[in-house]
Ligand binder design. Structure first.
Ligand code: BDR
Ligand code: CA
Length: 306
């Protein structure tokens, strides 16, 4: 039986690739997509989720729009990375379909009730999930596999990764929820660098592969400018791959706390890797990725979408 999942996302180039990987993977059933502000405004990320589902011929999957801003912080979007549309690069028509009337939190609560035990895959800021926990608790949620955080350096600031930095209070609520949480952070997603060799492999496998390669061309521009890398880390797809193919990502069960007070370290995920604090472990933290096996899986699965 495939694992029922909801992808909570802010597409976003790597979010789009994560969604396509999930759609192509028989190990999981995408029972819905919920959206959040993040890489762009909520309006744009929701339109992008619909556009990607239409491209893949999967408009049967409901999209529920969620938070348009963090709990207590100002709204900041990552247009400098993902462009004005949030999905700049390949030309996609505007969506023909619409999101459902239910908001993301109501949708998640109902999906947990009706389709649980459910695995949530949040790959954007954690506002929707924190609201779900606050309003409905953890019932029906079996597991959370999130892309966010870092043991080491951040990306939006030296101290913090973008998704956690956007809404640190929400992230702290997730880490302290008592749920089975896996944190797939920058320490491993920066290993998932999609470069020209993988773009070539993707272009060779068909229409969706070509779309992914074209997304990556745009996504790589920021990473070339900033880090000098010849490619882009497709962060969010690593969280999906971890679910689909256990063993690709190595994890350690450790304590993670989120910095919510300091401005300098806002959103830093403090990971007690060497058990120095005596605090109880609360998350499976990704520490290594089998990069070659990850890209083999991605190319094979994207090929199956035609
Ligand atoms: C995360 O931030 C977003 O820009 C990406 O989609 C990913 O989820 C990486 O820090
Ligand atoms: Ca994302």
């Amino acid at each position: 039986m495939p694992t029922p999942i909801v992808l909570d996302c802010d597409p976003g180039h790597d979010d789009a690739i994560a969604l396509l990987l999930a759609l192509a993977s028989p190990e999981v059933e995408v029972v819905g997509v919920t959206t959040t502000y993040g890489n762009q405004t909520l309006e744009k990320t929701t339109a992008n989720a619909l556009r990607v589902l239409e491209l893949a011929g999967r408009s049967d999957i409901p999209v529920a729009a969620g938070a348009d801003r963090p709990f207590r912080r100002e709204l900041v979007v990552a247009a400098h990375v993902h462009g004005e549309s949030g999905l700049d690069g390949p030309v996609l028509p505007p969506p023909r379909t619409s999101s459902v009337a239910e908001d993301a939190v109501a949708f998640l609560a109902r999906a947990a009730r009706e389709r649980g035990p459910l695995t949530l895959v949040p790959v954007g800021p954690l506002t929707n999930l924190a609201r779900l926990l606050g309003e409905h608790g953890t019932e029906g949620i079996e597991r959370v596999v999130l892309m966010g955080g870092a043991i080491g350096e951040g990306n939006i600031t030296p101290a913090a990764e973008f998704n956690v930095w956007c809404d640190p209070e929400a992230a702290q609520r997730v880490f302290s929820s008592g749920l089975d949480v896996t944190m797939v952070g920058l320490d491993v997603t920066h290993e998932a660098l999609l470069g020209p060799a993988e773009e070539k492999r993707l272009r060779a496998v068909g229409r969706i592969g070509t779309f992914v390669a074209e997304l990556n061309v745009f996504f790589s521009e920021y990473h070339r400018r900033t880090y000098g890398w010849d490619g882009a880390p497709i962060h969010d797809a690593v969280a999906v791959a971890h679910l689909v193919r256990p063993g690709l990502v190595e994890t350690q069960f450790r304590n993670v706390e989120v910095e919510v007070d300091s401005e300098l370290n806002r959103g830093r995920t403090v990971v007690d890797r060497w058990n120095r604090t005596g605090r109880e472990p609360n998350a499976h933290v990704a520490v290594a990725l089998d990069r070659d096996a990850f890209f083999d899986l991605l190319v094979e699965r994207i090929a199956s979408l035609g």
